[in-house]
Every structure is written in C-alpha cells, then in structure tokens.
Design a protein around this ligand. Structure first.
Ligand code: ASN
Length: 356
C-alpha cells in the first residue's frame, strides 16, 4: 500500500462523502453465538437513511460505500489494521468531501487516535462512528449516529480525525469509551467538544478545532505498524503491591520497544527503588517509556510528590493529560518510524494533533 501521489485539492472537492465500513455492532446481525458482523451494508444504509424525515435526508451529502471483505468485531483490532485503514483513507480521501468510518465501539477511540497521528495535516474531516445497537434493532442509536457523522464529514472547518457519537463531536485523539452499555458511550475528559447536534443541525466550534490551531503543512505519516511485530509496545497500570519482578517480566523482554505506564493520581509510583531501577534499565536500553494517570480526568505532574520524583531520572516521559488511547497510539506511531531516540522522545513531548 502506498501514500497518495498528490495531496487533496480543496478548491475542487468531489461532492460525495466516502463511508468506510469495518464492522462493529452498527452493522451486526444476530448469529448462533451472539451478534456478529454482517455485510450488504450499502443497501442496508440506503434503507435505514431512507427512514429519516425528509428534511434530514435532504441535509445529507451523497455518499459512496467501501466495505472491507473481512468485517470484524472491533475487539479484534490490531495496530496492523490501523496501518491498513490509514493507507486506505490516504489513497482515497482526495476524491471525497470527507470520510466516515463505521467502526465497533470497543476500540473506536484507539483507532481514532492512531488515525490522527497517521493522517496529520488533513484538510478535511475523517469521522469515526458506530453504535451500541445494530442498525435494524428497535430504537437503535445507529441511524442518529450515521446522520450526525455524515453531516460532520462535509463540514469545511472540520480538518481532523474526530468521533461523532450520540450528538457529540469529539477530537479523535482526546476521546475514550466511557460506558459499556449506554448510548452516550464516549467522552473527551480533558478537551471540550468540537461540536454537537442541536435539533437537526450540527454546531461546530471552530476555535477548538485543529484547523485553527496547528494543522500545519498537509502531510501524511503512514508507517507500517506491522514492522514492529506483535506486542512491541505494552501498557501497564499499577496496582497496590506491584513488584519489580512483575514489571521486569514485561519490560526486560527484548521484543518490547516501549511502554505506557498508568500511575497513581498526579503521577506517583510506590516508594520502591527496585521499581525505578527496572524502569531506568529499560530506558537505558532505548525503550520509550511514558506515563499517564489512572484517573480518567486531569494531568500528571512528575515530581510534584516525592513518590513520583525518580521517574524523570529513570527516563520516563510525561504523557501529561493524554488518554491511554492517545498515549499508547503515539508510542506505537513513534516506534514504527525511523527516528533517533532523541527525536522520538522530543516528539512524544510535543502535541502533534492536539492530543495533549
Ligand atoms: N463489540 C462491538 C465492537 O466493538 C461493540 C460495539 O460496536 N458497540 O465491534
């Protein structure tokens, strides 16, 4: 898969929005062992969107559908899928007004964060959506989510990867799944909404968008995450009583190239020098280590407490107020590129797509 040969030309956009279907509950049907991804999505979408009130139908852009042949429950997603999806979007986006990705909700925010890093410099919208109930289920949230996502995808001021779900437009690299059952399943704990649905309209807040802040020169960064091999970046949340040998069991493995630590509160670790020694050894071997909080809201401040003092010296980078999805996705993204260790560390600490 290769990057597009030319960048999109905003002066002459194609009127359609491209819908990319990856699977997820939105398109599932009941099978013998429970809900399972189902195809025939184009005619199902036409039928479902045709049930909307006429005024809403008229407000929708025309669309084309690209469906993956192997549809998945998003719990099966891997960084390899993120690479594939980013490449497929990069190859096609210049021909469309924007892109909607239909994705399972379980890992939707992980994919959104990864796409944000890979599709830096977008000059139009890539909107991920899904549903908690299948399209054909009674009172499903699917149709409203599709309606909103299609409207957002053609919004000219939207020039980033975002999630539209239950009336809210969230920055992709700031969002997280907050509920396993409710239709209001996503939140953006440390960044305000990019927009929201008001009646039949979508209100967009341009001053919060990447287009206003730091879009920069259009460029895509499409590294091959497969090249990292399975499991090169790990994620580990502290628990009371964690020991150095347990931490070492993850970090000493030569296949591991980096890791995300989820610390206590504002960035604290148990008062145990042997834990810091394991971290310092891994950093010394060139492994990229970063830390965020286990708290869903707020930031870490390494060294604010004595209990967090040694982390900086052990080479652990502050992930500030990033979501686990954004911090983990950034480690994967940086580790997959031919960068020096210093460059990786520097880029981790600077905001690339408004993720921190
Ligand atoms: N397990 C489903 C998925 O992530 C959940 C959903 O889409 N609501 O594919």
């Amino acid at each position: 898969m290769s990057a597009p040969s030319s960048q999109p030309t905003p002066e002459a956009p194609h009127p359609s929005v491209l819908i990319i279907y990856t699977g997820g509950t939105l398109g599932m049907r009941a099978g013998r062992h429970g809900l399972t991804p189902a195809g025939d999505i184009e005619s199902r979408l036409t039928h479902a969107l045709g049930q909307l009130p006429l005024s809403q139908q008229q407000a929708l852009p025309p669309y084309e559908v690209f469906s993956y042949p192997d549809l998945i429950d998003s719990s099966a997603i891997t960084p390899g899928h993120w690479t594939q999806l980013a490449n497929d979007i990069a190859q096609r986006i210049a021909d469309y007004q924007g892109v909607v990705v239909i994705h399972g909700t379980d890992t939707l925010s992980w994919t959104a964060a990864s796409l944000a890093y890979q599709l830096q410099g977008l000059d139009r919208a890539v909107i991920l959506t899904g549903a908690m109930q299948p399209l054909e289920a009674p009172d499903s949230d699917a149709l409203d989510n599709l309606y909103g996502a299609l409207r957002c995808a053609r919004e000219p001021g939207m020039q980033e990867v975002a999630i539209y779900f239950h009336g809210k437009l969230l920055r992709g690299a700031r969002a997280t799944k907050q509920h396993s059952e409710a239709v209001d399943a996503f939140s953006s704990p440390n960044y305000p909404l990019l927009g929201e649905r008001v009646g039949d309209d979508i209100v967009h807040y341009p001053s919060r968008s990447l287009a206003e802040q730091q879009r920069g020169a259009p460029r895509f960064e499409l590294p091959d995450y497969n090249a990292l091999g399975e499991g090169a970046i790990i994620r580990l949340a502290l628990w009371p009583g964690i020991t150095a040998w347990q931490l070492a069991a993850w970090l000493d493995d030569s296949r591991v190239k980096g890791g995300l630590l989820q610390l206590w509160g504002a960035g604290n670790l148990p008062d145990d020098p042997s834990l810091l020694a394991v971290l310092a050894k891994a950093s010394g071997e060139g492994k990229l280590l970063a830390a965020i909080s286990q708290c869903p809201q707020g930031s870490i401040h390494l060294g604010a407490y004595a209990a967090g003092q040694g982390l900086h010296d052990a080479g652990v980078l502050s992930g500030d107020d990033m979501t686990p999805e954004a911090a983990f996705g950034k480690l994967v993204h940086l580790a997959a590129q031919p960068l020096s260790e210093d460059d990786r560390r520097q880029r981790f600490l600077m905001p690339l797509v408004g993720e921190r």
